[in-house]
Design a protein around this ligand. Structure first.
Ligand code: AMP
Ligand code: MG
Length: 325
């Protein structure tokens, strides 16, 4: 069900979550100061309470109201990438947000979306927490139809004429003085971040992940995905379909789903989640994914999501197989 901004404001004031568009993926919003609304988000998504939410703000200046100490090193990133697909995790003042939004952590994640409809709403509601608008573990929603698939046609979806243009979640950087660490690949490429910081942020690693966004199985369709560069049908490997590139041919494929041209990482990323959902709609059980990709950092986010969706840490590889032509 599509709702106007005014209707969304009143639903949110009554702790009823609303799906909102952002330039990365669709979000499932509650007011960041509303414990009951946030609890409902966790319940609707079936999201583990240990997985914290991103706070969406509509101005750079409001950050100082929540953050304990804003490191100087945050400003070049904020200037370069906000509004946009970069989330910054920073230590926050006590009681800045309900504990449940932060999964009890002393930090919170912040982002200013580059989406007019979202910004207009936040202007009227104040900061919104908004995890991706999908059931936990499923591919994120990049179209309103995906939200209806997961939550039903009666679920309130904020009307917008502006699409989610990235189709992938934000990149997350975690502040660990004296450096930023990479918590998640996403819409902003590591090379763009390195260009601003002057160093490549090291991957955040700890004995245990800070939160499930860093855990493995995620964004997954029901079908088993086999990632690889080679595939030998004579070796008895059969797949219901192939996810590949529109400028390549896949002679042995029963069915081909094109991400886009292999020269266009953004196009391919934008289509990924819709394709993963299509696999389920078509009842595919087993799918080969061509990951013969250029080594440029622009492909890292796509590869990261595919690995999580396939639950495969190593690529499927048939040594004597044909390289996919
Ligand atoms: P989602 O909105 O579903 O894409 O998930 C939000 C993600 O943001 C989480 O899964 C974490 O990876 C990350 N995140 C949110 N808050 C924090 C935090 N305080 N510390 C580290 N990561 C966070
Ligand atoms: Mg998500």
């Amino acid at each position: 069900m599509r709702v106007t901004t005014a209707e969304a404001v009143s639903l949110l004031a009554n702790s009823s979550p609303v799906a909102i568009p952002t330039e990365t993926v669709w979000g499932l919003a509650a007011r960041a100061d509303d414990e009951e609304g946030i609890e409902r988000i966790f319940a609707i998504k079936n999201r583990p309470p240990s997985n914290p939410l991103i706070v969406h703000i509509n101005s750079k200046s409001c950050l100082s109201a929540y953050v304990k100490e804003l490191p100087d090193e945050a400003f070049p990133l904020i200037d370069a990438f906000w509004p946009g697909g970069l989330t910054l995790v920073l230590p926050v003042k006590e009681n800045a947000f309900p504990d449940i939004a932060r999964a009890g952590l002393p930090t919170a994640a912040f982002r200013m979306p580059d989406h007019e409809t979202a910004l207009e709403l936040i202007e009227r509601t104040g900061p919104l927490v908004a995890p991706s608008a999908n059931k936990s573990g499923r591919p994120s929603a990049t179209l309103p139809e995906h939200i209806e698939e997961d939550f039903g046609v009666d679920f309130p979806i904020l009307h917008s004429t502006i699409p989610c243009r990235h189709g992938i979640e934000s990149t997350i950087l975690i502040w660990r003085a004296p450096k930023w660490c990479l918590g998640r690949f996403g819409a902003i490429s590591p090379s763009a971040i390195e260009g601003v910081l002057g160093y490549a942020p090291p991957h955040f690693s700890d004995d245990r992940p800070l939160c499930p966004g860093q855990m493995f199985r995620h964004y997954a369709p029901q079908a088993s995905l086999f990632l690889g560069t080679t595939w030998d049908p004579s070796a008895g490997h059969t797949f219901d379909g192939v996810i590949g590139f529109s400028d390549r041919s896949y002679a042995h494929a029963k069915s081909i789903l094109h991400l886009g041209p292999s020269s266009e990482p953004e196009t391919c990323m934008f289509r990924l989640y819709a394709l993963l959902r299509e696999l389920d709609q078509r009842g595919f059980q087993s799918v080969f994914v061509d990951i013969d990709l250029p080594s440029s950092t622009h492909w890292q986010a796509l590869l990261d999501r595919l690995k999580r969706a396939s639950n495969q840490s190593e690529s499927f590889h048939v040594p004597q197989g044909n390289r996919l032509p």
